[in-house]
Write a protein that binds this ligand. Structure first.
Ligand code: PLP
Length: 435
């Protein structure tokens, strides 16, 4: 169904006029980077978004994996209120109380040594790419050969800056802006032979999302991840774990790589870090950090007092409320319900993910599109990625009753669809994390 048709089904008189006004204004004023869904949200509460006419929507996407504590969480509200009364921005030319405190918590949670604060996922990855190049240069100056090439994986998504987009698989993101940063080669997903064939001491880093998010919620295999770890260790190249979508508690552990017991040299985090206030971080080992000295890299806004105060509140709340365990528990329940759904409906061909990064793969892109639209009509927000994949990235405070509500809606929608050929369907399981 087109967005325009959806719009007419969704609007009351009041939202219609306001939404129409906004659509017209944006169409004239904004760069056309997004085709938005026809919903106008004015506030949120817990796991719900509320539109202008007071209609509530169960949000299973949380602003693409950002709103880990949901909406209007008291810990975030008071951190913003208190910090904004004291100090919002200082620049990185001076000290403030927030960065060391957040860095301590993040290094403890991730097993890394040092932190660089940025403002987004792409910026965190950009810092990681620059660090890898700088570290390779340092190693060369010390008499070791380490080149400038990057290996990234097919179906990867690392962001939209010139560097991070160069390491992003889909050509449609890179091609209009070419030439993007040269020197990136893509390795077939989970193909160890291809990885070994493409790896050499010309490579300064391998980038891996332990669970590919935009690529369809696909976990890397344990064997592949281990091979990448061994290869990089053998030359001194850096293993970069992009945990921007799958990290910071979303899998029920602080980082997805902890399910594999593999420690990267560099880790990037962003989305849920500061509960919706923009923050990205690049964490690295002491060894890699040798390559950076004052003045080489920086940011005006990164790690500001407000973002740090909120990040501390988010970390403390995750710990105080045992949300990692909760994510694991509700996630396992959600996974089990999705698997039961996939057993029942031949159009559902796979269930993947862990914790609260989950996917239900359908057998056609059109069906996946239709299901997202039908869910929206039933006031449940999900999205579609990699064409055929329904993706669930709900807030960590999701309860089992919300899972039941979503599953019942999916069941009803799939039951309304004409049956497809189950014979064409691949395994209903799919690769699981850490396997
Ligand atoms: C794995 C991964 N890396 C990087 C990014 C880019 O993050 P941002 O949109 O904050 O720049 C994303 C965004 O979806 C992501 O999922």
């Amino acid at each position: 169904m087109s967005n325009a048709a959806l719009a007419s089904e969704h609007r009351t008189e009041k939202t219609m006029s306001k939404l129409d006004e906004l659509q017209a204004a944006e169409a004239k004023l904004l760069l056309g980077t997004y085709e938005r869904n026809p919903l106008l949200f004015v506030r949120g509460e817990g796991v719900h978004l509320i539109d202008e006419s007071g209609e509530r929507y169960l949000d299973l996407l949380s602003g693409i994996g950002v709103n880990a504590l949901g909406y209007a969480h008291p810990a975030i509200e008071s951190a913003i209120a208190e910090q904004s009364r004291r100090l919002i921005h200082t620049s990185n030319l001076y000290f403030h109380e927030g960065q060391a405190a957040v860095a301590l918590r993040l290094t403890e949670a991730t097993g890394m040594d040092r932190v660089f604060f940025a403002n987004s996922g792409a910026e965190a990855n950009e810092a990681a790419l620059k660090l890898a190049r700088a570290y390779a240069k340092l190693r060369r100056s010390e008499g070791n050969h380490l080149g400038t090439k990057f290996l990234a994986l097919e179906h990867s998504f690392h962001g939209r800056t010139m560097g991070s987009v160069a390491a992003t698989w889909k050509e449609k993101y890179r091609e209009p802006f070419g030439p993007v940063m040269p020197g990136v080669e893509f390795v077939k997903f989970n193909d160890i032979a291809d990885l070994k064939a493409k790896f050499s001491d010309d490579v300064c880093a391998i980038l891996i999302e332990p669970i590919q998010g935009e690529g369809g919620v696909r976990p890397v295999s344990r064997d592949f991840f281990e091979a990448a770890r061994e290869l990089t260790r053998s030359t001194g190249a850096l293993l970069i774990g992009d945990e921007i979508q799958c990290g910071f508690g979303r899998t029920g552990k602080w980082c997805a790589y902890q399910h594999y017991e593999i420690q990267p040299d560099v880790v990037t985090l962003a989305k849920p870090l500061a509960g919706g206030i923009p923050m990205g971080v690049m964490l690295c080992t002491e060894e890699a950090a040798r390559a950076i000295h004052a003045g080489m890299h920086g940011t005006t806004f990164g790690g500001g007092p407000l973002a740090c105060a909120v990040a501390l509140a988010v970390i403390s709340t995750i710990e105080r409320d045992h949300l990692l365990d909760h994510v694991a528990d509700v996630g396992a329940y959600f996974h089990e319900k999705l698997r039961a759904l996939a057993q029942k409906h031949s159009a559902a061909v796979g269930v993947r993910g862990i914790g609260l990064i989950l996917a239900l793969e359908l057998d056609s892109a059109d069906l996946a599109k239709l299901v997202v639209a039908e869910m929206m009509k039933r006031h449940i927000l999900i999205n579609r990625t990699d064409e055929t994949v329904l993706r669930f990235l709900p807030p960590y405070i999701l309860q089992k009753q919300h899972v039941d509500q979503a599953i019942a809606a999916l069941d009803a929608i799939l039951s309304e669809q004409p049956a497809t050929t189950a014979a064409a369907a691949p395994s209903k399981g799919g690769q699981n994390v850490g396997q």
